[in-house]
Design a protein. Structure first.
Length: 210
């Protein structure tokens, strides 16, 4: 199964990708991770990407697609893969298609903006050891203190409500149109986000016929 997960930041794509990866024994290909790995390993495309990163520029789509293609040619992708963080825009989706990178299903996790803002603003991270908490779902034993090392719990800038609203605006403008792109190709399946991870997973598995 060759899968793309769509959904707003904070919709739980990463969590569902991990679960599907384990169940189907296929890798999750995170563009951020493979970009870093390609630069570290000094592959031809990785070196090209490094030039852009070192000069503070965004890595262009054709370089990212080169890195994705490099990664998908590895043995562990023979039975399928989950693409995480790519495509983010219609030009990227078109470029993947043009490069012969096949997708079976684009699975969209639907969730209201208000739920995301509420969910993300409840996240806390330990300043010392980076352990993650959530004031509702995974609260620390002592408010504001890490269970592991006793460090101070802080809100990451990414999880502050203003930042979340900005990221959602970018998602609606640039990434949400991908739903129509894949619907036109008969590849879109949608599930409603549930209050629990298990609840969402059940709907995801049903949508994928697993």
């Amino acid at each position: 199964m060759k899968l793309i997960l769509l959904g707003a930041p904070g919709a739980g794509k990463g969590t569902q990708a991990e679960i599907l990866s384990r169940m189907c024994n296929i890798p999750t290909i995170s563009t951020g991770n493979i970009l870093r790995a390609a630069m570290k390993n000094g592959t031809p495309v990785g070196l090209k990407a490094k030039e852009y990163v070192d000069s503070g520029k965004l890595v262009p789509d054709d370089v990212i697609i080169g890195i994705v293609r490099e990664r998908l040619s590895e043995d562990d992708c023979k039975n399928g893969y989950i693409l995480d963080g790519m495509p983010r825009t219609i030009p990227q989706a078109q470029a993947l298609e043009d490069a012969g990178i096949e997708i079976d299903v684009a699975l969209s996790i639907e969730i209201a903006d208000e739920t995301i803002i509420e969910r993300m603003s409840g996240r806390r991270v330990c300043k010392e050891c980076s352990a993650s908490y959530h004031i509702v779902n995974i609260p620390p034993k002592v408010e504001g203190k890490c269970d592991i090392c006793g460090g101070e719990l802080i809100i990451r800038k990414d999880d502050a409500p203003e930042t979340v609203k900005e990221r959602l605006a970018v998602y609606h403008k640039e990434t949400e149109p991908l739903k129509d792109f894949y619907a036109e190709r008969g590849k879109l399946k949608s599930v409603e986000n549930q209050p629990t991870v298990d609840g969402t997973t059940k709907l995801v598995l049903k949508a994928l016929g697993l």
